[in-house]
Design a protein around this ligand. Sequence first.
Ligand code: HEC
Length: 405
Amino acid sequence: MDTDNFPMRIFTALRFLLAILVALPSCFGSDALSGSSGSGASSGGHIGPGFDGITLASAISTSSVSLAWPMAVGATPAASSNVKYHIYSGATPEEARSNTSLIASTFPGVTSFVDSGLDGMEFSTIYYRVTAEDAEGSITDSSKIASARLPSKYIAGTSVYSPNVESLWLTQDSSGNSCITCHSSAVEPDFSSFSSFLNSASFVIPYDGEATWNEFVLDFVNNPIPHFGYWSVPARISDMKAPLSTWIAEGALEVGDDVPPIFQFDAIANAGKYFGETGPAFNEMTVHWFEASDPESLPLNGSTTGQLEYHIYVGASSDTIDWLNPINLQNEGTNPYYQELFSTGLDEMSYTFEWTDRRCVAVVRALDASGRSETFVDPLNPTMEELALRWRNMSTNEREIVISR
Ligand code: HEC
């Protein structure tokens, strides 16, 4: 060993010690389990800033993800504002951990980023990692990963009142009368316009195509005398079933809803309603949420009951959330925890699931009715194509709920 190098060796040892000291606080932080590490790996002979890594990745549209992280703590005062951040992303957590997957760097002091232009990535999960670099070029690495799942491209429902439903009322009986000939403001239901129809047709039960159909047939046959002209050709009525019930299942809307539901986290009325807790039983956890907002898919009667369906996604950490298996839909029929979660109109909902690990990360997503009429050939083993169609219309602005016991 060359003695000339002795001061250098002390310097290296000190640097190593300091690096450990910088790393220690984050090891004891609440994120230790998710693999957070402010390792303080430095370059250029300086200690990197204290940095805890990415905290939020959230899809804000079908092709963009919003990212955020807490400001790094600089080694010297005011240094935080000089720290810039490097963003890495990949299709797997491993890919995001690789230094070759750099996608962007921020200006100093900027602690958020929107990864936009992710066209063609619908229905896939993207993993993100962020590192911090101070003004002297020292980089603090973080192995912490956050993930966001882009929903499939929104496709509005296929059924529109006119022409799909309104045209049914033009069906003629044997004397050449159509429904509209008799049913206007004088005889209910009034088939002359969308709003007069929905306001006068008591058989319409939004979202429930089957019940609506049964109710409709009952009302129709209970008035045999005026409808006598239809008796000779029953198909004139039975042919109405498919278009009418599809339209009802998609929400009984005048035009196709082309806006997915959204959680209004910033509304004061929703404050404190989106959270998770352990229990009630020792091996259970419970998530609470408020109803998402989707005015475009609100039926004319204004009732939000049954309007939206909710999926609860759960994982041990952000990067292990199983986006293909909402926990409330797993093992339909056999799992005692299986539950269909439709909006209640109450604005506060909750769901309890079995979870024996110490910690879990949950996300609630809302779906409107336009995808619900998609049926699975094998309900226990839906194909990716079926799932993509069924889940095409889900909320994108999710927030993670972290629960630990
Ligand atoms: C010849 C005139 C006439 C024609 C054509 C006609 N209806 Fe009617 N419909 C009536 C009358 C009258 C009633 C009874 C209304 C009442 O009791 O207030 C009625 C009752 C109904 C009811 C039950 C309403 C309720 O509130 O219980 C339904 C549903 C209905 N018609 C649907 C149709 C449909 C659909 C068509 C076209 C396929 C049609 N009607 C064609 C005259 C007609």
